[in-house]
Design a protein around this ligand. Structure first.
Ligand code: BTN
Length: 242
């Protein structure tokens, strides 16, 4: 495995994508101390100050069909959850599809970006993981301060970031080696914090309230809307109604 460290990048995902397009091999890992333009799902800014988090992207070349991309994101979610619980005395939960929560606050976001070629499997996938290890020294920005959290309140002496990265990569590799058999499905279901909750579903052209019923065998979230129609979501965004 090849890990490339940078002091600052615009975005580790963006950098990894360029490398992947130029033929860089699987499991090349990019880690930056900070990102000037880190981004998340729906193009949202991902706050990435130095001395505060793990900002990491992994180049993958999975033999998966595009509709199986969820397998990667969900395996990463379980890998991160287990790694966090190894380094800190906390309990994590996964909010479908890829957010890790501690005590009701989001501490990690995961963004998988796939590259397609003419075949029926993905050409490459970039697995981007951003973990808030410490609360930034000036606090979280006003627009996220009510939802964002961190694993620890204040910095520790030891290099927790690299230990966390190593643990995440190890956990993820174990799932990935057998990914078509979805070895992480039970663990994902056990950690999922959405089942049974009233949620708001935000899709490309619709917003509606529903009840989350559970995670199906392809990691889709099954929901029941106000008219009792049951749908399996494979993309889009949800928020849990308090
Ligand atoms: C989300 O919460 O919507 C996903 C956030 C993903 C952020 C990570 S940080 C490392 C990698 N580089 C990026 O620009 N984004 C991902």
């Amino acid at each position: 495995m090849n890990i490339l460290y940078f002091k600052e990048l615009e975005s580790t995902n963006k950098y990894a994508k360029e490398l992947a397009k130029n033929g860089e091999s699987e499991f090349t890992v990019i880690i930056a101390d900070s990102q000037s333009g880190g981004y998340g799902r729906m193009g949202r800014h991902f706050c990435s100050p130095e001395h505060s988090g793990l900002y990491m992207s992994i180049i993958l070349r999975p033999r998966l069909k595009p509709e199986q991309s969820l397998y990667i994101t969900t395996a990463a979610a379980v890998a991160v959850s287990e790694a966090i619980e190894k380094i800190a005395p906390v309990k994590t939960g996964i909010k479908w599809v890829n957010d890790i929560f501690i005590y009701g606050k989001k501490v990690c976001g995961i963004l998988t970006e796939a590259g397609f070629s003419s075949g029926d499997t993905l050409d490459y996938a970039i697995l981007g993981i951003g973990v808030n290890i410490y609360t930034p020294k000036d606090g979280f920005a006003a627009e996220i301060k009510d939802i964002a959290g961190s694993i620890f309140d204040s910095p520790k002496d030891t290099n927790i970031r690299d230990a966390l990265a190593e643990s995440i990569i190890g956990n993820f590799k174990a799932f990935y080696s057998d990914i078509t058999n979805k070895p992480h499905l039970d663990k994902y279901r056990q950690r999922n914090i959405v089942t049974g909750k009233e949620i708001k579903v935000i899709s490309a052209n619709d917003v509606y309230t529903a009840t989350a019923l559970g995670i199906d065998d392809d990691f889709r979230l099954t929901v029941k809307d106000a008219n009792n129609n049951i749908t399996a979501l494979d993309s889009g965004e949800i928020s849990i109604r308090m």
